[in-house]
Design a protein around this ligand. Sequence first.
Ligand code: NAD
Ligand code: MG
Length: 299
Amino acid sequence: MSSKNIYEMQDPQTQFFHDKFPKQPQSPPGIQSEMQPIPDCGETSYRGSNKLAGRKALVTGGDSGIGRAAAIAYAREGADVAINYLPAEESDAKEVAKIIEAEGRKAVLIPGDLSDESFNKIMVETAHQKLGGLDILALVAGKQQAVDDILNLTTEQISKTFAINVFSLFWTVKAALPYLPKGATIITTSSIQAYQPSSILLDYASTKSAIIAFSRALAKQISSKGIRVNTIAPGPVWTPLQVCGGQPQAAIPEFGMSTPLARCGQPVELSSLYVYLASQESSYITAEVFGVTGGAHCA
Ligand code: NAD
Ligand code: MG
């Protein structure tokens, strides 16, 4: 986590960590506070300006990485925020709750497993009830486990990856739609893997393509309700997902270095986009995909 001024003009190649990372195996889902260096989710740098005053947001995967960056930014922009995560990530989640509360906003912690259909409904009901409304869904949670040979890819892994990354979007949106008012926004999280899939991420890359189709079709289906849907497709970003099996450990030291900006991204570099797509400023944008890739670009 750095305390650099992210609003000052500077060279993007060196703005954040751009050295080799130490190898650091963790088991999934991974704990952000144990990473070296700790990802920068805007804890000390993101400044808000009331873009989401009074809004009520549910952020899945809100304990760490990109979801944590979105949750912190939403709170700094004036929203009350509920975050979902797995029970094993309670320590990361509590840090986020503290940051949200320090902004004078409400933080609601909803641990639970998104691969369980009934939990998705409970999560939405809890968020709606405890926040006193719901008008932003930032669906960020995801599972990524690299397997180099399809013959070693188990049905259990394929099923879990699809359940968490894709089916939970259906379940969450079905539960939330009755509550979402006109002006509400849904943001899903795809990946550059939808466009340039790695040979070791067959199941994951397939889910990330599915998320784009889901988001665009949903955007068209619910535009008449006044609800917009967009998806963000990150390139390599320094988060627990990558060190707990998303990449082979051998790929960790040079993670992100093959992008044109020659480093991986930090979660805070996605904060403004999650805010923009949640806010009324993006009023004419729906069914779109936004790449944040350090120049590796989505097609
Ligand atoms: P992360 O590990 O910080 O976040 C992933 C989160 O998913 C975890 O914190 C966990 O809470 C949640 N999760 C996993 N399994 C779950 C389950 N069964 N039930 C509930 N929650 C569960 O990593 P991240 O990189 O910030 O990932 C956020 C999103 O960004 C994911 O959808 C990922 O696919 C996507 N993404 C990441 C990168 C990258 O390079 N880090 C690149 C492209 C896309
Ligand atoms: Mg986490």
